[in-house]
Ligand binder design. Structure first.
Ligand code: AKG
Ligand code: FE2
Length: 399
């Protein structure tokens, strides 16, 4: 990861989750003359017009709707086009149901439905096996723990370590809320408390912006072996403890889909908001490519593009909704993929419960910008025992 094709005609979408820009660039003009790939052609089908012909920003309810009719939908198989229906394979009966590992964090694997896609052996899709409160647990962990020191985030890289980013941001939201209600009660503008305490400093000695602003910029966090985006390597020198319960969950998923033993050694947590996209890319920095990427998503729905080994083949667009699990193994582990669109007004309203104080601000923050959290895990290194049994004897290393 990550070498993306730049959408040279895009004016409105923000590629917030791109970690390094395309390096094969050339000038803007040269790029505009270059024929877009098939991957890009399909990606653009989901680009919403946000400005009118005179360049004026269109309010959200005046934007021409995006046509989602060709998007494969595993959560409603009957509604799919005939072409998409022909692509779906039901693997539910093959799932390893023997495991008695019930957990409070997800439904038992024996109740999961598991689907695949024709010509992509090793790719699996599990429509959400989580209740709303189980989904909220993963959202809370993503914000409070995963996007916190000692893990790397785009915020920590830029400003230096920011401890408890979410917790501070949430405190700002609570204070803001209280000030608003005090103001309404007293009907007195002069009554506003103005903070006189100085702000903490960043790594260059400059005052940190309000945590709320930093949270708006949060785009990614890394887990376990902290991926080094510039040299594009994992290094044994940069490892932080991988969360136990996430390890347990992905191991159960690996067992159910016959990918065990699977050890999640690294992960990426992506934070999307309403206008984010993730360009087509390959995740090929892991030494161990025979083990899948296991990916969990929460919040708004996305149009995910599952491509092929080159960008010259049109990708299959599919919906990923809150709670869905995608397992990119087998052929799909070597295929281009990306996120073309965060679907308008698609936030999972089942997560909203104003009375539930534990998650109130997490969900409010996600919902206000139709945000989506994607947590994906990878096994980075080949394990010796498996190498002995395997026909493949290469011991190549990314380091
Ligand atoms: O957000 C997603 O569903 C995909 C994320 C992804 O491809 C990545 O982090 O490498
Ligand atoms: Fe990826």
């Amino acid at each position: 990861m990550y070498e993306v094709e730049e959408d040279t005609t895009a004016t409105t979408t923000t590629e917030t989750t791109t970690k390094t820009a395309s390096k094969d660039g050339g000038s803007k003009q040269q790029q505009q003359e270059k024929k877009p790939s098939e991957f890009m052609r399909v990606q653009r089908l989901f680009r919403q017009q946000t400005k009118n012909a005179r360049g004026k920003v269109l309010p959200k309810d005046k934007r021409p709707p995006v046509d989602y009719s060709i998007v494969l939908d595993f959560s409603n198989l009957d509604k799919n086009t005939e072409e998409n229906k022909a692509l779906v394979i039901d693997y539910t009966d093959l799932v390893d149901k023997s495991d008695a590992g019930a957990s409070e964090y997800y439904a038992h694997p024996s109740t999961w439905r598991v689907y695949g896609i024709k010509d992509y052996p090793g790719f699996y899709f599990i429509p959400s096996p989580f209740t709303s409160s189980q989904q909220k647990k993963w959202v809370k962990d993503s914000l409070e723990q995963y996007a916190n020191v000692p893990n790397n985030t785009n915020i920590n890289l830029f400003y230096g370590p920011v401890k408890d980013l979410w917790q501070h941001g949430q405190q700002e939201m609570i204070t803001e809320h209280q000030q608003l209600s005090n103001q309404l009660l007293s009907d007195d503008d002069d009554n506003q408390e103005t903070s006189t305490t100085s702000r903490p400093l960043d790594k260059d000695g400059k005052e940190l912006p309000p945590y709320r602003e930093l949270l708006d910029k949060l785009a990614w966090a890394t887990l376990g072996y902290q991926f080094q985006w510039t040299p594009r390597i994992y290094s044994r020198d940069f490892y932080e403890t991988f969360p136990d319960d996430l390890q347990d969950l992905v191991q159960k998923i690996a067992m159910a889909t016959k990918y065990d033993p699977y050890i999640a050694e690294a992960g990426t947590v992506n934070f999307y908001s309403e206008d984010s996209v993730m360009g087509g890319h390959l995740d090929d920095a892991e030494e161990e490519m025979e083990k899948p990427i296991i990916s969990l998503s929460f919040g708004a729905s996305a149009v995910f593009l599952l491509g092929a080994e080159t960008r010259d083949i049109a990708p299959i667009p599919l919906f990923i909704r809150s709670g869905d699990i995608v397992i990119m193994g087998g052929r799909s582990r070597y295929c281009y993929h990306g996120v073309a669109k965060i679907v308008e007004n698609s936030f999972n309203v089942d997560l909203v419960d104003e009375a539930d104080e534990t998650f109130k601000y997490h969900i409010q923050w996600l919902r206000e910008k139709n945000r989506r959290i994607n947590v994906n895990t990878r096994q980075v290194f080949k394990k010796k025992e498996e190498n002995n049994n395997s026909t493949c004897t290469t011991t190549s290393s990314t380091q």
